[in-house]
Design a protein around this ligand. Sequence first.
Ligand code: GDP
Length: 476
Amino acid sequence: ESISVSELSQSMGVKASDLIRKLMQLGTMATINQLIDADTAALLATDFGFTVEKKGFEVEEFIPEVEVDESKLVNRPPVVTVMGHVDHGKTSLLDAIRQADVAAGEAGGITQHIGAYSVQTPKGPITFLDTPGHEAFTAMRERGAKVTDLVVLVVAADDGVMPQTAEAIKHAQAAGVTILVAINKIDKPGATPERVMQQLTEYKLVPEQWGGETIMLPVSARTKQGVPELLEYIALQAEVLDLKSNPETLAAGHVIEAKLEKGRGPVATVLVEEGTLRVGDAIVTGIHYGRVRAMMNERGEQVKEVPPGYPVEVLGLSGVPVAGDEFNIVEDEKAAKEVAAHRAEKARQKELGSVKRATLEDLFAKSKPGGQKELNVVVKADVQGSAEAVSQALQKLAGKKVGVKILTSAVGAITESDVLTAAAGKAVIVGFNTKPETKVEQIASQQGVKILQFSIIYEAVDAIRTEMEDLLEPII
Ligand code: GDP
């Protein structure tokens, strides 16, 4: 557990500069945004006449460990992603599979595009991630998530292996996911499935018919030829993989898709991978949390419970989560909120943490007697008007002890050259309704340049006032 100097100062109503001074006496050089540990915070607080109640846990401990209880494992449906080159028929095949759903008759069929759907086949249910292309797949894999059990690689029989086909093979193989090949568009006159099979052998995908291990099926998303067989083979492969989860624990899984909807608020499609997700559960994903208010499946039906291997739309989150992020169910909403807040704070600290620790020499240099100190500022804003307004507001802060000097004031994103200017001039960068370009934060942290971002002028003024206070002579 840790707390930043500024938070501690706010919670005690003590000036941050006083805290920093005290910290120096304790032998710690700290900046206002620095995180200090619980023991040091307690020591400081006592010095100022406060007592500290330690909570004594890491909030991430609210996230339950996955229970490995062999006796509770039950079979779950396979999760399948359809990949392949553009125009080879991924969307058409996903549509054809959706229509092949044997449960369509009774339940009304799949009507909602929620980013994933479950189809009933004579050999059991199969879950398809309905986001064709590999962006989602790659994004999740980059986060270390292995959401997909099987990849259906769609290759158009009249076009053959193309760059995105090769890329999809590479991704699936790197993830160690079994590939099933659907040689599509065999209804077309120019279709040459044999040629596709031949081409695929160059990627270590050898068809079963030729003594290899890869299932390759000729299909047509248009005439539906081969689609039932494809589903059957997927179910067979799933049996071989022996996919199991424990439905009796608190649910966990990944966000497949998320959006903000008018009247419904943040809506996330999640895939339940462990446990059973229930209405009323306290959920946390990334920096967002909430209570599961309602759940909706791909048939537009409200559901109360979702077992492992199934996707569902979840309502009730505090914000729109990131696709590919993990979600967890925790004991109660308070815990969910605390985990989310902790993560948000950590993300914020990471951003502000680009502040190099002030060295002792720096501080003594600043506190050399005589001469007015000056805070140098580089201002960047979205429009000229606000750049001027911010600069003027900051200049008004200049007083007898500390002055303010605007080194530059301009419009646009915060660039590397702003950082270099700030580094040279020992300045802080104030961004107003603008963000650093990619890599710029990294460069700033290397250069020890502080970037402060605001969208409200008085907040910028407050922050700069604090920076100025920090320049005041420490009394040791
Ligand atoms: P995606 O980019 O991989 O999602 O491909 P689409 O599903 O959008 O299909 C691209 C084009 O190929 C569309 O015009 C489809 O109608 C057509 N198409 C897809 N599958 C078949 C098929 O089995 N036979 C024929 N003749 N055309 C197909």
